[in-house]
Each structure stands twice: as structure tokens, then as C-alpha cells.
Design a protein. Structure first.
Lengths: 583, 342
């Protein structure tokens, strides 16, 4: 017997006999993961110990050396850069976790009826190309041009700006808003899954609704939140756009911008990039272990039971209602809506002018005309849809398999599957792109530049987030359901298909949306692996942005948002029909 | 002409005005015949993507209808990586790569991947604009000191980098940290010692560092009075859009040849040569100048708008090339240590 966070006793069965075919599934999954994950990782580790590039002759037999690590340390400021990156990643991911969980709680667990509003803006934020998020913030909070700062100066006569977006605090806040959709997208299913009876029990025991939610319901969402936070942390660790746009001026350098400067000269210094990635990977392994420590006794989190009890809604009244409502509106308004509006404003001007009635005369659709007249927009949308759908199908199938296997402790290779499915979070996208580019070229496999090459790369890139979040939802399925199904005579496969899979719906839907949106946004690997006929929207937009003004860049961003808004709307319709709150 | 659409209208008008038949007649007939034996679909690698050269492609296709372009964009690192991998693995895809001195240094000087071909009309190019590598240079870019004309008068505007080392400009000028060619060019122009000394003075005067379009927006909106290393093609497009930006006329400007490398392993070598011939026709030169704001090399073709004074005959163009660039890694490290790490 073990106890839940809420104190309820749940029986834990002994390790089970493996259902027929499980070991075969495990074997197939392991082979796939070895090719998709272990090979790039082995290449990465080997590259870090070589000064010859993998594609060059003699790579395999060249001597092993620590020269790349020596060069990495030699530059002197590595410790400072690591410390800055650690602070940046920790604070921004923590802030994102707080913001994202708060918004998910408001939309799923309160009677404020702001779910659609929050969900729409959060998903739109996810659709904005990441380079444009910090860029739009600069037009709101730059010391010289920022609209807020100018407003502040004109109303108060102050000499100093209200807020300097180029500060470290500015970087942390903006990155938190970049990460917020990731947290929200996976916190909503987790918070929606909580069984209301546990909170009822807490209230009968004398706790108030708020206390019951915070002390009983929220801790049960820990696996999902923890998994998402780990991924958010790693994403912040390798984030390039925010440190590049905001940190450059104050000379604040993180790992990503440091790698950029150290490897900007082509051909890519794979040894050095790999040497940078190795500590990241080790750190990710630590986080993975930490995650498993948290969710090790997964039965504690089995909250999706056979009796579907809707999560209890907190009725907010008086000051609490005002505070939560205002906080939500400020968070969404200032952090998401205003930057998107600023982006829209920029896209209609040939060059930036602060919003004013006079500036309205300068509005023009010229930048949009250019984007829509460009050759290949429609083809790039098709590419993104094909690649996104293909990758989503493969990833979700693999993630369900991985989660299913995690129930059995006696599967040969089970632990390796778990670790390999989380490890890609530490591999920079450019390494994934390069690794597959070299593999296909080296083995003369004619898939370079095809959809298949992109789908397989995306599989590696998004495996960690998909598998972790589907597994987190899996963990929430109470053992009672398996036992009830078994008592009723159903086999394991039937239990999986008829009982468990429908329960995974929200997490599967969220993962599919996340992958589809990223199929429009992922750039480093797509640049390397696509050809002119398979370039995705991100590559198309990148091409457009290289040759244009900020207005054109903003138009490109808003076009992406517009295209993805259709996808988001479809997702919201499906989510509503499925009874999901929060979207 | 006030908008990007305007640029396209100019390009289209040029295309029509020049007469498609004239273009076709200018192309060597023997080369046309040889090109017809190929599939004539050019795989074109260019960091600015398909749209940057669209009027040029359209004009070439009008002159030689069998031609098609499949353009692959990307950053220099990615495109060079692809070309090297294609060459190493014996699976060529790219026919042409358009870039600058770095691409020439890595693909030609280090790996000899470019074909040697000299278009007939190149003979008309003045010697100071003629280059003899495994590539062709039908146009070039220039770097300029530019200022916000609402904030700085023409008299006050700095004409040289040395003036910006003056304390009165402290914190009031910007440097685009993506323009490493400009930095390498300055060191080549001034000499290592003098160049580094000047750059140190500039760095000590607390420039605002930025990357790409952000700095141009600040310049246009008055957030930044001066930028020291604006890129001519981007600068002209802002001025053309009505931004209050003016170009300081310096006695010497850093120039960067626009390098078109035809790859030896190309499956369409004759079509590549045909395209190179086309680039040196008067029509193509006008499109380069007026349609996409690059500086033409053929005499008699006008400069892009707004650059007439800054690139007058008395202004020296100092070209940064793979020969005088210096060691790529060392230059980038130095640039970074001076301006990025602070």
C-alpha cells in the first residue's frame, strides 16, 4: 500500500506478467530510438572528442582528444556564461511555470469563464515566431523608443524609462512569456484530470475550496507540471532569440549566443558545438533523474478513476474574484496581447512610428502584398502540414507505446527506452539537423530534402515533450481502471484501446497541436534538411525575412499567426466537443 | 518609389522596357544550344532566399524560357555546409551559390569547388570592379555611415569612423554586429594596427550594438542618431520608404563583391554559364541596380536610388575579399571581443 498526496490509500499490485507481444513492441521501439536518438547522441559525443568533422575522411580513426573542451574552457568566460544561462533558464522557466499554471488554473478550475479568452491568446502566442516575441517587446519597452516608456515619460516627465527591456530582468520576463504556452498547453489537461472527490473529501475534513485545490488537487498534477518544467528549463537553456535580441545590447551572453559566436564561421565546427552540448546533455540527464525521483511512485498520481468525477470549480467572490480577474487580464493583456498588437502595428508601417492618430496615415499593406506575392507560400504551408501531421502521428504512437511500457518494470530495455525518449531534449536542433544530414549523405540514403527526412528529424526533436506529457497523463490513470478491466475479462490490448487511450485524449490533442505548430516554426534543422520543394513555412519566412525591413518581418510573423489561427480554431472546436476546458 | 511593391513595379517596368527580345539576342547562341541539352533547372543557393532575386530570375526566364530556378535559402553556415556535404558525398544538388568573401574563401580557396568561367561582357567592366576568381561579380554592396536627418544635420553628421571616436558621440551611434565583412574590410583598409586601434576607440565610445533590421528601425524612428555600418541595399529600401535617413558621404567606403559561384559539380554547367552571361547584360544590370538596389559594375548603368552622392566618382570603394579578409575565426573572435563581450 502507498499513500496519495491527498492521504488516500491506494492498493498497488505486484509487478505484472508481461502481456503477449509487449517485449516485441519494446524491441521495435528500442531499435527506433537507437537510430533516432542514440546514433545522433553517439555522434555528438564522438564529435566532441574529435577535431575532424564527421563527414570528412578519416573521422572514425582520427585520435580522440579533449581539444574541443579545452578550447571551450580556454575562452575564459565559460563559467560566467554558464552561470548567466543557469540563472536565465531557471528564472524564466520558473516564472513561466507560475504564469502558465495560474492561467491554466483560472481557465479550468474557476468560475471566471475566461478559458476561451486565455486559451486563444496563449495559443496565438505559441504561433508567433520566436524571434518576433522579443522584437515586439522592444517596441513597447525599449528605453528610447518603447511605447510604454514614452507614455510614462510624457505623463510623468520622468527622465528615466519605466522599464528597460534590454536588462537581464527583461530577458527573463520575455523568455517566460515565450515558454508560457508550453506550460499552459500541458497544465490544462493535467489540472482538468483531477478527480473532484478528493477535494470534496478535503472540504468535508474542514479545508476551504481554495486550500483543497492548492493542497490536494495541485500536488496531484506534479508529474505533468514537473515534466513540462524540465522541458521548459532545457528550452530556455538553449534559447537563442531572446538573448540575441535583448541581451546583445547589455552584452549578456548565454550558451546559445556563445555557441553562435564560436561557430559562426562555416563549415560548422561540429567538435565545438558538440563540446557545448555534452554538458547540456549531462545536465538534462540530471533533470531526468530528478523527474523520475518525483514520479517514481507513480501510483500516487493515479487520479483518473473509473467514476468520472469532474474537477471542482472554485467560485471566486469579492476581492479574490477582482484580484484573480485583474491578474489574468494583465498577464494576458500586457504579456501576450499587446506584443502581438505591436507586431500587427509594425506590419502595416513601412518603418516604425509610435502608435498615434498621425501615424495612421502611414498605414499600408505593402509588406503583406510582398509576402503573398512571394513564390512558394502555399507550398510551404503544405510542407508544414504534411511534416507536422506525419511527425505527430509517429510521435504520438511512439509516446503511447513508451508510456504503456513504463507500467511494466520487467521489460528488457524498458529503462533504456525511458532515458532515450527524454535525452533528445538536450540535443541542440542544429546538431539533430547536421547529424541526419551527414547520416543520409554518408550512407547515401536518398531521403535528403524529402518530407521523410524532416519527419524523422522532428521525431527526434519533439520526442521528449510528447512522450513526457503523454506519460504524465498515463501516470494519472488510476490502477483501479486496469484492475476493473482485467476483472471484466479484457486483455491488456483491449484495456489500452478501450479504456486508457480515450483518457489520454486531452494530452494527445495538446501534443498534436504543439507538434503541428512547431512544424510551422522549427528552423535550424529544417533549414538543413529541406529542399526548395519541401521548405516549411519557417524556412519560407526565414527567406523572406533575410531581405526585408522590420515591417516585412512583422508581416511574415502575422501571416504565420494567421495561418496557425485556423489550426488553433480547429483545435478549439475539437477540444470543446471533447469537453476540454481551458481552450 | 515608396514601398517594396514599388520596387517590384520598377523591376517589372524595367523588364518590359528593356525588351525581352533584346535580352534573348544578347545571350550567346552557342551557349543557348548547349544549355538546351540540359534540364536547365538551376538549383540556386542564396542566403537571401527566392524573393531577393525574383526580378532577375523572371528576366532571365523571359530571355531563356527553358530556365527554371529552385532556390534554397538559409544562413551562410547551413548553405556552405550543404554544398560541402554534397561535394564530399558525390551527390551534387547546387548549381550556383551566391555569397560573399567568406563563401569564396571556404568553397573556392580552401576546396576549389567553383567553376572558372568569364562572361564575355565582363571585359567591359572597369578594372577596379573586376575580379578574377572561380566566380563572377556582376554587382557589389557598400557599407555607409547613415544618420537620422531629423536628429542630426548634414553638417554635424560624421563622415569618418574617426569622428565617431569623439566623446560627443558617446553612446549615440550603433553598430550592426552581423556585418563582419565591414569590420574585416576596415582592418584591411587601415592596416591591422591602425584598424584595431580605431575599433578599440569606437568600442570605448559605447556604441549601441544590434543585429539586422532592429537598428535600422531605431535609426528611422529616432531612437538612434547614427549607424556606422549600414548595408547599402537595406539602407536604400528604408530611405525609399520615406524614413528620415541620410547617408554621410565618406571619402572611402568598404565594398563587398556579390559573388556568384557556379559549382564544378553542377549538372547544368552550360545553363549556369548562360545565366552568368545574362548577369552582365545591360538589362540585368539595370534590374540589379534599380530593382534590388545593388551597385552595378557595367559603366553607364545608374547607381541605385539615393546612393548617387555617396557613391560618386570621387568616392573610393575599398573591396573586402577572401584575400584580404584575414583568418575568418580570428576576425570574428576579435570583432566579438571588441563589440559583443564589452
Amino acid at each position: 500500500m502507498t499513500s496519495t498526496a491527498a492521504g488516500t490509500e491506494i492498493s498497488v499490485s505486484a509487478p505484472r506478467l508481461l502481456p503477449r507481444g509487449t517485449q516485441i513492441v519494446a524491441g521495435v521501439l528500442l531499435l527506433i530510438l537507437i537510430w533516432q536518438v542514440a546514433v545522433p547522441i553517439a555522434g555528438l559525443v564522438l564529435s566532441s572528442l574529435k577535431t575532424v568533422r564527421p563527414i570528412d575522411p578519416g573521422f572514425l580513426f582520427s585520435p580522440l582528444t579533449f581539444a574541443n573542451f579545452a578550447r571551450l574552457i580556454e575562452t575564459g568566460s565559460l563559467a560566467a556564461v554558464t552561470w548567466t544561462t543557469l540563472k536565465f533558464a531557471f528564472l524564466s522557466s520558473l516564472l513561466a511555470l507560475a504564469f502558465g499554471t495560474f492561467l491554466a488554473w483560472v481557465s479550468t478550475r474557476t468560475d471566471l469563464r475566461l478559458g476561451w479568452f486565455i486559451g486563444t491568446f496563449v495559443l496565438l502566442q505559441l504561433a508567433v515566431p520566436e524571434l518576433l516575441v522579443p522584437t515586439s517587446w522592444t517596441f513597447l519597452y525599449s528605453p528610447e523608443l518603447g511605447w510604454f516608456n514614452r507614455l510614462w515619460a510624457s505623463t510623468t516627465g520622468a527622465d528615466t524609462p519605466l522599464f528597460d527591456i534590454y536588462s537581464f530582468t527583461g530577458m527573463v520576463i520575455v523568455e517566460a512569456f515565450v515558454l508560457l504556452p508550453l506550460i499552459y498547453l500541458f497544465a490544462v489537461p493535467a489540472l482538468s484530470a483531477l478527480d473532484g472527490t478528493l477535494e470534496d473529501a478535503a472540504m468535508i475534513a474542514g479545508a476551504g475550496r481554495f486550500r483543497a485545490t492548492m493542497q490536494v488537487a495541485m500536488p496531484l498534477a506534479v508529474p505533468a507540471l514537473m515534466a513540462t518544467w524540465v522541458i521548459a528549463f532545457m528550452r530556455a537553456w538553449e534559447a537563442f532569440e531572446v538573448p540575441w535580441v535583448l541581451g546583445l545590447r547589455s552584452r549578456t551572453m548565454t550558451y546559445a549566443t556563445r555557441i553562435y559566436w564560436d561557430t559562426v564561421t562555416p563549415p560548422s565546427n561540429t567538435g565545438l558545438i558538440s563540446a557545448y552540448a555534452v554538458p547540456m546533455m549531462l545536465f538534462a540527464v540530471l533533470l531526468v533523474l530528478l523527474y523520475y525521483h518525483f514520479v517514481g511512485k507513480s501510483d500516487r498520481y493515479g487520479v483518473i478513476s473509473g467514476k468520472p468525477m469532474a474537477p471542482r470549480i472554485t467560485r471566486l467572490e469579492g476581492f479574490g474574484r477582482l484580484a484573480v480577474g485583474t491578474g489574468t487580464l494583465l498577464l494576458v493583456g500586457i504579456g501576450i496581447a499587446l506584443p502581438i498588437l505591436m507586431l500587427a502595428w509594425l506590419s502595416f508601417l513601412p518603418f516604425y512610428r509610435p502608435p498615434s492618430l498621425a501615424a495612421l496615415n502611414a498605414l499600408s499593406t505593402a509588406s503583406y502584398v510582398r509576402v503573398f506575392n512571394a513564390e512558394g507560400l502555399l507550398r510551404s504551408v503544405t510542407s508544414s502540414v504534411v511534416v507536422g501531421a506525419g511527425a505527430a502521428l509517429l510521435l504520438i504512437a511512439a509516446a503511447i507505446g513508451i508510456a504503456w511500457l513504463s507500467r511494466f518494470r520487467n521489460v528488457t530495455g524498458g529503462r533504456a527506452i525511458q532515458i532515450l525518449s527524454f535525452a533528445p531534449i538536450a540535443i541542440p536542433n542544429i546538431i539533430v539537423g547536421l547529424a541526419f544530414l551527414w547520416l543520409y549523405m554518408g550512407l547515401k540514403v536518398p531521403v535528403g530534402g524529402t518530407y521523410l527526412a524532416l519527419i524523422l528529424a522532428y521525431f527526434t526533436l519533439f520526442l521528449a515533450i510528447t512522450s513526457r506529457n503523454i506519460e504524465a497523463r498515463f501516470v494519472q490513470v488510476n490502477k483501479e481502471l486496469y484492475e476493473a478491466s482485467s476483472v471484466a475479462g479484457a486483455g491488456d490490448m483491449r484495456t489500452l484501446l478501450s479504456i486508457v487511450l480515450p483518457m489520454l485524449g486531452p494530452a494527445v490533442l495538446a501534443a498534436a497541436l504543439y507538434i503541428m505548430i512547431w512544424a510551422f516554426k522549427e528552423l535550424p534543422a529544417s533549414l538543413l534538411l529541406s529542399a526548395s520543394k519541401t521548405r516549411t513555412v519557417a524556412v519560407f519566412m526565414f527567406d523572406m525575412s533575410r531581405n526585408g525591413s522590420m515591417s516585412q518581418l512583422a508581416a511574415v510573423g502575422m501571416t504565420t499567426v494567421g495561418v496557425l489561427a485556423i489550426l488553433i480554431l480547429a483545435f478549439q472546436v475539437v477540444a470543446r466537443r471533447a469537453g476540454m476546458r481551458g481552450f | 518609389m515608396k514601398t517594396f511593391t514599388g520596387r517590384w513595379i520598377v523591376a517589372a517596368s524595367l523588364l518590359l522596357a528593356s525588351g525581352l527580345q533584346a535580352s534573348a539576342q544578347e545571350l550567346p547562341a552557342d551557349l543557348v544550344d548547349k544549355a538546351k541539352a540540359e534540364d536547365s533547372t538551376l538549383s540556386y543557393y542564396f542566403i537571401l532566399g527566392a524573393e531577393a532575386n525574383r526580378p532577375l530570375y523572371d528576366s532571365f526566364k523571359a530571355a531563356y524560357p527553358a530556365a527554371e530556378f529552385e532556390v534554397t535559402g538559409g544562413d551562410p553556415l547551413g548553405l556552405i555546409e550543404k554544398v560541402i556535404n554534397e561535394a564530399t558525398s558525390g551527390q551534387p544538388v547546387a548549381d550556383i551559390l551566391q555569397g560573399g568573401p567568406m563563401e569564396d574563401g571556404i568553397l573556392n580557396v580552401q576546396r576549389q569547388l567553383g567553376m572558372d568561367y568569364r562572361p564575355a561582357n565582363e571585359a567591359k567592366v572597369p578594372d577596379n570592379l573586376k575580379f578574377q576568381g572561380s566566380y563572377v561579380v556582376p554587382d557589389y554592396f557598400t557599407f555607409h555611415i547613415a544618420y537620422n536627418s531629423d536628429l542630426v544635420s548634414a553638417e554635424e553628421a560624421p563622415k569618418t569612423l574617426a569622428e565617431l571616436a569623439d566623446p560627443k558621440w558617446k553612446g549615440k551611434f550603433g553598430i550592426d554586429v552581423e556585418q563582419i565583412d565591414w569590420f574585416a574590410g576596415q582592418l584591411a583598409l587601415l592596416g591591422e594596427e591602425e584598424g584595431i586601434a580605431l575599433m578599440k576607440k569606437l568600442a570605448a565610445n559605447e556604441p549601441v550594438v544590434f543585429a539586422g533590421a532592429q537598428g535600422y528601425e531605431q535609426l528611422a524612428a529616432g531612437g538612434l542618431p547614427v549607424i556606422v555600418n549600414t548595408f547599402s541595399a537595406v539602407l536604400v529600401s528604408y530611405i525609399d520608404a520615406g524614413a528620415p535617413i541620410a547617408i554621410a558621404k565618406s571619402p572611402v567606403v568598404i565594398a563587398q563583391p556579390d559573388i556568384y559561384i557556379g559549382l564544378k559539380q553542377s549538372d547544368n554547367p552550360e545553363t549556369v554559364k548562360l545565366f552568368f552571361e545574362f548577369l552582365f547584360t545591360e538589362e540585368a544590370q539595370k534590374i540589379l541596380s534599380q530593382g534590388v538596389y545593388k551597385n552595378p559594375v557595367l559603366p553607364g548603368v545608374p547607381q541605385p536610388p539615393h546612393l548617387e552622392d555617396a557613391l560618386a566618382d570621387d568616392v573610393e570603394r575599398f573591396f573586402v575579399t577572401s584575400e584580404n579578409w584575414g583568418n575568418f575565426d580570428e576576425r570574428i573572435k576579435l570583432f566579438q571581443s571588441l563589440f559583443v563581450q564589452g
